[in-house]
Design a protein around this ligand. Structure first.
Ligand SMILES: Cc1cc2nc3c(=O)[nH]c(=O)nc-3n(C[C@H](O)[C@H](O)[C@H](O)COP(=O)(O)OP(=O)(O)OC[C@H]3O[C@@H](n4cnc5c(N)ncnc54)[C@H](O)[C@@H]3O)c2cc1C
Length: 496
């Protein structure tokens, strides 16, 4: 197997100007954005293989793609480089360890974090301004990323269709996806699609099958490179600057290992680990009984959203499609913001052996339980409303006692096999399973500054959802990409 640069696996140059750890959504986009203006060498080091650049939903039919997503044992690239602790972050929670990472699995939903989450002071004001406001004649970073995605998609990320239901205005969800004509297959954008700038094709080098074990620091505490492992052999790659883009938990481990013994946290633990709180129901309608508003979309399918009820810190989604039995399936769900809490955390057991054993714990606190209750009320309301629109008497929604369906895979795909209308199935995502893990290395916090640099380790930067001070309700990818673009500007000196 060779990398896109045509070099054998495991063999690497002795050094790079900027070294990016992790060839997933954040790392590859950062490299691409830097390549546009940076004259030095940019090296992306990925632990997994280059196993092809096709998106999950393009390579496989729906059933197989669902299985690969929901049953990690069926994905040879699934990897969980930490120990879960019976508090979530188990099951399907983990990495897809291959070049492209989860960018080859994601659904393409591209939403900015809501103003209520960006503007309460949790996020540094200058970061919020960069994300949302034009500066020096350049568009806001959110718009700049959307422009890249639209260029790839050949047009806007949604067609602007929508409808009113239950006093809410539902609009089509912006998604960076392309569909195959006459086929249910589709693919979401990935940074592998346009990694190499035609104007500077050699600017980004990628090396696969190289696990980054640790960040190497100099006597002055500055990042000097990384220790990598290939086939049991360890070598050092020097770097002027190192960017961690290896997903939230791996980024946390690499920072914890790099911090001086009496570093900023004082312990080998990073609090604030969160995921999303997501739950919903799936139900089916006979074609003649499909609620009027959804009828135009039943055949071709569609994904729509509206803000959730006031104060719920959630987005309300409606997915509609026709299953193989000719029924119209409605998957209605809310995805909401989890509250940061010290009990949600990533920690390591320090020792002479690298990598340090790493653990992740989730925590569903009182605020989360309230939010989950609000979501269930709204789901019941939506369920009644849809039944009323369809003039059908549906079975009532029954939720599980706790939060998190152990049998999520069966529940969330239940619509595919429904043959009888009006028999709803509810589901809720166990913590970590939504794969929006975030929050352990917030920008402007004790460990990482506003410029995404680790305060105690100059030259070491963090990129990815770990740096979100709070997540809002939105899916993370658009913000991950916008922050990668911001860091690219920072590292190339092009930041406005
Ligand atoms: C099925 C699915 C659907 C999703 N849909 C959406 C969506 O529609 N919208 C949205 O906003 N988000 C979505 N997400 C979430 C989104 O994919 C993630 O938030 C995003 O990929 C995180 O980016 P990242 O670069 O931090 O991590 P990743 O994309 O996971 O990349 C991390 C990379 O680092 C590599 N790596 C890890 N450790 C090391 C190491 N020690 N050395 C070298 N390399 C290492 C990994 O192998 C991986 O390639 C979805 C996720 C999944 C799984």
């Amino acid at each position: 197997m060779t990398t896109p640069c045509g070099t054998p696996n495991g063999i690497h140059p002795p050094s790079a100007d900027v070294l990016v750890v992790g060839g997933g959504l954040a790392g590859l986009y950062l490299a691409r954005r830097m390549a546009a203006t940076h004259s030095g060498s940019i090296l992306v080091v990925e632990a997994g293989p280059d196993a092809g650049h096709g998106h999950l939903r393009w390579e496989h039919d729906r059933e197989k793609a669902d299985r690969i997503w929901l049953d990690p044992a069926s994905d040879p690239y699934f990897r969980r480089p930490y120990h879960p602790t019976a508090t979530g972050f188990d099951g399907i929670s983990g990495l897809r360890g291959r070049l492209g990472g989860r960018a080859l699995y994601w659904g393409g939903v591209a939403l900015p974090i809501e103003p209520w989450a960006l503007a309460d002071g949790s996020w540094p004001a200058e970061v919020v301004a960069d994300l949302t406001m034009p500066r020096n004649g350049e568009p806001p970073l959110y718009d700049s990323v959307v422009a890249d995605l639209e260029k790839w998609a050949g047009g806007p990320l949604c067609a602007g269709r929508g409808f009113e239901l239950g006093g809410r205005r539902f609009t089509e969800v912006p998604r960076a996806v392309l569909a195959e004509e006459g086929s249910p297959r589709w693919r979401a954008w990935s940074p592998l699609e346009d990694l190499h700038d035609p104007a500077r094709p050699g600017a980004v080098s990628v090396r696969c099958d190289l696990q980054v074990v640790a960040v190497v620091t100099g006597p002055d505490g500055t990042a000097r490179g990384v220790l990598v492992e290939h086939d049991g052999e360890r070598t050092v790659i020097g770097a002027g600057r190192v960017v961690l883009a290896a997903g939230t938990v791996e980024n946390s481990r690499l920072v914890l290992q790099a911090l001086p013994p009496d570093g900023a946290t004082g312990t080998a633990s990073l609090p604030g680990l969160v995921d999303k709180l997501a739950q919903g129901f799936v139900t089916a309608f006979a074609p003649a009984a499909v609620p009027e508003q959804l009828r135009p979309f039943a055949e071709a399918g569609g994904l729509f959203m509206a803000p959730g009820p006031a104060g719920s810190r959630s987005n309300l989604f409606l997915r509609v499609y026709t299953n193989d039995h000719g029924l119209t399936v409605v998957d209605c769900y809310l995805m909401g913001e989890q509250t940061r809490d010290p009990s949600g955390r990533v920690w390591c057991e320090p020792g002479p052996e690298l990598p340090w054993p790493t653990f992740a714990a989730g925590h569903v606190g009182e605020a989360d339980r309230r939010l989950a209750g609000d979501q269930r009320r709204e789901l019941r309301r939506m369920h009644q409303l849809l039944g009323g629109q369809a003039n059908t008497t549906a079975a009532p929604l029954v939720f599980e006692d706790g939060f998190g369906s152990a049998d999520l895979a069966g529940r969330i795909t239940a619509g595919d096999s429904m043959q009888v209308p009006g028999q709803p199935v509810t589901y809720s995502f166990p913590l970590g399973w939504e794969q929006h893990e975030a929050g352990t290395l917030p920008l402007g916090g004790a460990v990482v500054d506003e410029r995404a640099q680790v305060r105690a380790v100059p030259g070491l930067y963090v990129c990815g959802p770990a740096t979100f001070p709070r997540t809002g309700a939105a899916n993370p990818a658009l913000t991950v990409l916008a922050l990668a673009a911001r860091l690219a500007g920072e590292l190339t000196g092009a930041r406005r």
